[in-house]
Design a binder for this molecule. Sequence first.
Ligand code: NAP
Length: 366
Amino acid sequence: MTTHPNGKTMNIIGFSKYGKPSELKKITAAYPHGFDASNNIVIKVHASAINPVDKALLSGDLKMVIPVAAFPHVICYDVAGVVEEADSEGKFSVGQEVFARLFGNEKDGKKTPWYRGAMAEYCVADTSNVVPKPENLSFEEAASIPLVGMTALQVLKASGLKEGDSILITGGAGGVGTMAIQLAKHVFKAGRVVTTASKGDKENLCMTLGADEVIDYKTAKFEEVFGESDESKFDVCFDTTGESLQMSEVVKDGGSIVTIAGMATLEELRRIGGTAWILKLFVKRRVKRKEYKAAKSNNADWNYLFLSPSQEDLSTLAKHLESGAIKPVLDGVWDFHSEDAKDGWQGAFNQSFSGRAKGKCVVKIV
Ligand SMILES: NC(=O)c1ccc[n+]([C@@H]2O[C@H](COP(=O)([O-])OP(=O)(O)OC[C@H]3O[C@@H](n4cnc5c(N)ncnc54)[C@H](OP(=O)(O)O)[C@@H]3O)[C@@H](O)[C@H]2O)c1
């Protein structure tokens, strides 16, 4: 991370080498500089949210697909804040409240620069990824939305879900699941929304969000509950937990299964610009996957989906948040400025990385 020409600094949460969550540190780094101001803005970050991909990135598991450009690397992609420096094309103005899922852009080349990380006092965002923050949301609520909201929306669109259809969504209490249930029920107007979650708080949350039925995944297998009769099967199955193989037993003839969990297909890695030719050696094509074959044997479709940048999708989510059709679901809010292992930023990472969160873990910066 280079030094700012005027010596201006900011605090970031980042890592200086791949490894365990203990590698995450609060570090003083240079204020963003050296970016193309025609299509980028600087955001004063008020809140940032954590996702499972952050843990995978930190561990080094993703380094062939999403290589870290330089250490220390600022972690996290989800941001809500206020425009500190506007773009020279004038799409955004100083003081405007915005939210975004940070992505690199073509001008960055293949590696995403350090200043695009969201868990920092300031970050740089390509204007094509940024949308005005819904006025009825706090910064913490807005930061919880972009990655999981866009993923859920893109999967539901790709799945072909129509009004009145039935859908099974696994992992209903997670970040993606809580968005998927609400979008399926209240936006796509699915007729029957079934999800999986553990009993108690998480089951109740899923019902409040719009699920018609919740299967306690710790005591029952959805393929045993719904696999027997054709009437109980689903038009669409949305897998967030790595169970898309079993979904071939509960998908209807002509239905579709979309997964976001586990190993991507070669086609999907290529589509998102996966960098290494070596991926070909161990990442299978869609038609070679056992999940695809199992779905096909039941005359259904199977696809892996990676989230893509889409200002249009984030704007659609903003509209549904403003109308109240969907609502943010926060597991909790933690303090960026506190080093307390429970209430400070480390507590947020511990909770999110545990895989047990109920909705999103958000860090408040301002
Ligand atoms: N392909 C993409 O572009 C993309 C985008 C976003 C996310 N993802 C992936 O999608 C997955 C889900 O992401 P997320 O953000 O929703 O995760 P998350 O918020 O960390 O999910 C945590 C929740 O999942 C529940 N859960 C865990 N295992 C379960 C199971 N077998 N059945 C039902 N519920 C279960 C946990 O409940 P309990 O405590 O009760 O177990 C917890 O409430 C992750 O693997 C992530 O990497 C992929």
